[in-house]
Structure formats: structure tokens, C-alpha cells
Design a protein around this ligand. Structure first.
Ligand code: C2E
Ligand code: MG
Ligand code: MG
Ligand code: MG
Length: 288
């Protein structure tokens, strides 16, 4: 997981973190300065149209490049950032950086590049979310229609009435919203039709076992047909095998992400993919 020789350091970090105490405090202290020290980076994972095999955009995924320790992945610090409240400024940095990057893709001549940004529960619950998003779009000059916010099912279901209001505010801005990790929480299906959203992302825990596990496959198929009924785009995450892609395509899933196409890559690499899509060599995958 960790970059280059940082592997042992990462394991060190993980074991000390689980003991809590001092190391955890230190990490929290480091988190306080990470933004100022410019230690966060965004990687991007291509999102692919299942019908055409073309890249339609990218999901921004944060990493923390701690000096001498290698890359930390979100699960190692996002929960801590949530607890300490640092997630709010970090989340703003993510949003601004992703919007700026998407703007650069547009300037490089990529037609309609879309960027997806993950929002934490905290961010979604904050009263000024809509105005923050509006301000960042204006600051970066990105068209709202190119931005998609990914919000987990559980964050949305926590306070349904408030969620509807927030989603309406975002929709008025022209920003798209996708429900992330769909299928893992308790969705109130009746509310789904009241949510002004654009997409459902099938959680990778279901995709992973297509087609060997009948239940998981059935759940993925149900989400695809639910999406069709409600006129939502359905995106499969964690697609790793040709077989999964074939099944998902047969069931008319709209888009997919996963290691089969590409791992998350740095901004330069993602730019190459977008400017010269044949560099990803997806055509073989879609011929079969
Ligand atoms: P997510 O939004 O559901 O992102 C998908 C995760 O699956 C990413 O992990 C991605 O690297 C990984 N993934 C993609 N394709 C495959 C695949 O084919 N197989 C497998 N096994 N995994 C795959 P990552 O980058 O570690 O992010 C984990 C979670 O951390 C994300 O889940 C998201 O909830 C959160 N996260 C990431 N970036 C941000 C951020 O900027 N802000 C916030 N609030 N949360 C973030
Ligand atoms: Mg996501
Ligand atoms: Mg997800
Ligand atoms: Mg997830």
C-alpha cells in the first residue's frame, strides 16, 4: 500500500495507530499542519462508459504524503480527520484542487471532462455546503455540470428531510450528485425518488463477487434496474475482471471504475489518459 520503501513505515504506523495513545495524538498533530505543509495529493481513477469504452471522467481520491513515511491512504486518516473536524478544511482543499484540475483538463482541450469528489458525512451535514461549493466553482471557473459530488448512502439517510433540502440546493447550482457505496446502508427507497440526484454507485463489495456469488450478483442487477426505473445513471465500482465487465454490460450498467481499467493515478498520468485515451488500451476489453 505504501509508496516505495515506505512499506515498513506504513505497517509501523498502522500498528501504533491501533494501540491509540501517543502515536495517534502525533498523527492528529501532523494532520493539523498537513494542509499548510502541502502534504495532501489527489489521485484520479478513470471512469469508463460501459457501452463505448471511453473515459468519461475521473474520481478524485485523496492521499497523504507524509515525509519519510510514504503515502497514507484515506482509511488511515479520514476517520481521524472526521473526528477532529479537520475534514472540513481538508474537504475544501480537495474540492478546490479537483475543480482546478478539471478546469485544466478543459483548457487542455478534453471535451466535457467530469470530476467526482467524495464528501464526508460531516461536510454533507454542514449548513453552508451549497455556498462553499458555489464559491469554489466560481473561484476555479469550473462549470457546475462537470462536477459530481459522491455522498454515501448512510450520510444521506441520516437525516432525510435535511438531505433532500441540501440536495436541492446542490441541484440548483447545477452540480451532480451520486450516491456512493450504494447497497451497503439502509436506503429508504421511497426517498430515493425525492432525491434530486444523478447516479448510483454500486458498492464494490457486490461487484467483487460477480458472478460467483448469486446473491451479490442479484443485488448488483437490482441496483441497475432500480437506477433505470428512477432514471439514474448506474456506476459499478471495483471492477477487476473481464467477466465482471461482461456481466455488467449485459445488464446495461452505464459506467464502471476499477483496476481492470486503471488504478488511481496521479494528475499527470490522468491527464495523459484524457488527452490520449488510447493510452489506457481499453479497446481490447470492450471487443469481447
Ligand atoms: P470510495 O469513494 O468508495 O472509493 C473507492 C475506493 O476503491 C478507492 O479507495 C479506490 O482506490 C478503490 N478501488 C478502485 N478500484 C478498485 C478495484 O478495482 N479494486 C479494489 N479492491 N479497490 C478499488 P481509496 O482511494 O483507498 O479510498 C477509500 C475511501 O476513502 C473512498 O471510498 C472514500 O469513501 C474515501 N475518500 C477518498 N478520498 C476522499 C476525499 O477526498 N474525501 C473524503 N471525505 N473521503 C475520501
Ligand atoms: Mg467514491
Ligand atoms: Mg464507493
Ligand atoms: Mg467505499
Amino acid at each position: 500500500r505504501a509508496k516505495d520503501s515506505g512499506k515498513n513505515d506504513y505497517q509501523f504506523y498502522e500498528s501504533t495507530m491501533s494501540t491509540g495513545g501517543l502515536e495517534r495524538l502525533k498523527l492528529e498533530g501532523d494532520l493539523r499542519y498537513a494542509l499548510k505543509r502541502n502534504e495532501f495529493v489527489l489521485h484520479y481513477q478513470p471512469r469508463v462508459n460501459i457501452n463505448t469504452g471511453l473515459i468519461v471522467g475521473a474520481e478524485a481520491l485523496i492521499r497523504w504524503d507524509l515525509p519519510d513515511r510514504g503515502l497514507l491512504w484515506p482509511l488511515d486518516f479520514i476517520p481521524l480527520a472526521e473526528e477532529s473536524g479537520f475534514i472540513i478544511p481538508i474537504g475544501e482543499w480537495v474540492l478546490r484542487t479537483a475543480c482546478l484540475q478539471c478546469r485544466k483538463w478543459q483548457d487542455a482541450g478534453v471535451p466535457h471532462p467530469r470530476v467526482s469528489v467524495n464528501l464526508s458525512t460531516h461536510q454533507f451535514k454542514k449548513d453552508n455546503l451549497t455556498s462553499t461549493v458555489d464559491r469554489i466553482l466560481k473561484e476555479t471557473g469550473l462549470s457546475p455540470g462537470l462536477l459530481e459530488l459522491e455522498i454515501t448512502e448512510s450520510a444521506m439517510m441520516e437525516n432525510l428531510e435535511k438531505a433532500v433540502a441540501t440536495l436541492q440546493g446542490l441541484a440548483e447550482l447545477g452540480v451532480n450528485v451520486a450516491i456512493d457505496d450504494f447497497g451497503t446502508g439502509y436506503s429508504s427507497l421511497g426517498y430515493l425518488k425525492r432525491f434530486p440526484i444523478g447516479a448510483l454507485k454500486i458498492d464494490q463489495s457486490f461487484v467483487r463477487h460477480i458472478p460467483s456469488n448469486i446473491d451479490d450478483t442479484a443485488i448488483a442487477m437490482s441496483i441497475i434496474s432500480l437506477g433505470k426505473t428512477l432514471n439514474l445513471k448506474v456506476v459499478a465500482e471495483g471492477v477487476e475482471t473481464q467477466e465482471q465487465l461482461t456481466v455488467l454490460r449485459n445488464y446495461q450498467c452505464d459506467e464502471a471504475q476499477g483496476y481492470l481499467f486503471s488504478q488511481p493515478v496521479d494528475a499527470d498520468r490522468m491527464t495523459e489518459f484524457l488527452v490520449n485515451p488510447s493510452g489506457l488500451n481499453l479497446s481490447d476489453l470492450f471487443e469481447q
